[in-house]
Design a protein around this ligand. Structure first.
Ligand code: TXA
Ligand code: MG
Length: 334
């Protein structure tokens, strides 16, 4: 299959791309579309046959549920049986945006979307193209990240092509995504709201809107609650490690103990930039958390493309604004 790439640099191209995507989605096809977080592989969320294609194309295990994307609060409410106060508050505050709410699932949502579970993850994305496509379809779109299972999420159309080119009919290329890591997944079905997957909307920000403390789910219980959120996930092909060093000597010691030749090593630094550079590559990632999140996956993709043997990522600062980034680095290096 030939994968078409449609760019959207003019209003006319934007309209054309929306039209093409809607046509294919109505036919039960899968289409890769930009969202503000990462590119998604979309299909009609109400048609199990269409959603099945997502699993096939990605090689995604059947026990991992997919997120349902909507273009209004009304559409979100139709996907669930219980829209509680917390959901209403959070949707009004953070939607459209990078927050997924897990709620009791409506009958209209097929088993394959929820991996047989009785909850569904719903998200109202802010990306204008994704919104227009959902509106044009008139049905919600199931969409995991548009990458082969367990690999890095794509933040550009090129990343999508690298991973899924030849297996899907269409990618809409709207340039690099603006958030850069996947949405925060929040479970609202229990007594207390719990973050199942941290993201750029932090547990504290959610807590502020709800007027109570919101917990980050510990890794081990997260595995039971949401099998898709296993520690080893979102990984580059190269071995990766997160480390701190005070100076070049400490970094050299680290490199020596890794057993990998410096030429095979890529350093992703943000503060302690090596002064001598025997490495395959040194990248400098921006300092603030939003810019860091926007850049990190592209840097990891780049290292894979250049066939790095080992990626050493300088440990970013702690603090809740960074919790999503720490989570992804942890998994990528698991
Ligand atoms: O930002 C995002 O969320 C991107 C864009 C495309 O929207 N999507 C994304 O989808 O990251 P995916 O499938 O790669 O990751 C969604 C995660 C899965 O690991 C899954 O386990 C979890 O969300 N999830 C989905 N539905 C769930 C549910 N009903 N209960 C618990 N976890 C759920
Ligand atoms: Mg994914």
């Amino acid at each position: 299959m030939q994968t078409r790439v449609l760019t959207v640099e003019t209003a006319a191209q934007f309209r054309m791309a929306v039209e093409e995507a809607v046509t294919l989605l109505r036919q039960g096809e899968v289409v890769a579309l930009p969202t503000e977080t990462v590119y998604g592989l979309a299909a009609n969320a109400l048609e199990s046959k269409a959603v099945k294609k997502i699993y096939e194309v990605k090689g995604r295990p059947a026990h991992n549920p997919v997120i349902v994307h909507v273009a209004s609060l009304g559409m979100a409410r139709e996907c669930v049986t219980e829209w509680n106060n917390d959901a209403q508050k959070l949707a009004r505050h953070f939607w459209p945006g990078p927050l997924t709410l897990v709620l009791p699932r409506a009958n209209t949502i097929p088993d394959i979307v929820t991996a047989g579970g009785n909850t569904v993850g719903v998200r109202f994305p802010s990306h204008p193209l994704m919104r227009k496509v959902i509106e044009g379809c008139g049905f919600p779109l199931a969409a995991p990240s548009a990458n082969p299972a367990n690999q890095l999420s794509p933040t550009t159309a090129e990343h999508v092509i690298e991973g899924l080119g030849g297996r899907i009919p269409l990618v809409v290329d709207a340039g690099p995504t603006s958030v850069g890591i996947e949405s925060t997944v929040l479970d609202l079905t229990g007594e207390n709201p719990r973050v199942l997957r941290p993201g750029m909307i932090s547990a504290r920000q959610i807590g502020q809107v709800l007027g109570r403390k919101v917990k980050l789910e510990a890794n081990h219980s997260r595995e039971l609650k949401s099998p898709g959120l296993l520690p080893k996930h979102y990984s580059p092909r190269a071995r990766m490690t997160v480390a701190s060093w005070k100076n070049d000597d400490e970094l050299s010691a680290l490199v020596a103990s890794s057993g990998v030749k410096p030429e095979g090593i890529h350093i992703l630094s943000y503060e302690r930039i090596p002064e001598t550079n025997p490495f395959g590559r040194v990248a400098i990632i921006p300092h603030d958390e939003d810019a860091y999140a926007r850049a990190i996956y592209a840097e990891l993709h780049r290292s894979d493309e250049l066939q790095a043997q080992l990626i050493i990522v300088e440990q970013p600062p702690s603090g809740e604004a960074w919790e999503g980034i720490h989570d992804r680095l942890r998994r990528a290096s698991a």
